[in-house]
Design a protein around this ligand. Structure first.
Ligand code: CU
Length: 120
């Protein structure tokens, strides 16, 4: 009786392994090596802070800033201001895609700082 039960269990385990192996083989060739399709990543602005202040993204992902604060803010490249959003009103959002890591700040409230970093 005990033997029979063990045999049944090993049969189930074996079937599971075969299923997993088959599933692994059905993924289309080559696709695992390609970069992930661009995604949207969100930074919330609240309480005079960018949250998260440091965000890791895949290259060319779009970052969306959503202003959940009660005052307007902006998103400006730091320190040279090479690009800037217009002022983002409460409840509004702004987005930009990034190919390189960048530091930014809010030019209205220069103590508000953030970073976008590209995953390698
Ligand atoms: Cu601000």
């Amino acid at each position: 009786m005990k033997n029979r039960k063990n045999k049944w269990i090993s049969g189930v385990v074996l079937a599971g392994i075969i299923t997993l192996a088959a599933a692994g083989c059905t993924s289309p060739g080559g696709q695992n090596n390609q970069a992930a399709a661009p995604e949207k990543d969100t930074v919330y602005i609240a309480g005079m802070k960018f949250k998260p202040a440091e965000l890791w993204i895949n290259q060319w992902d779009t970052v969306v800033w959503i202003n959940n604060d009660i005052v307007a803010h902006d998103v400006t490249q730091f320190p040279d201001k090479t690009w800037s959003s217009d002022s983002i009103q409460p409840g509004q959002s702004w987005e930009k895609a990034f190919g390189d890591s960048v530091d930014y700040f809010c030019s209205i409230h220069p103590t508000m700082k953030g970073k976008i970093m590209i995953r390698q």
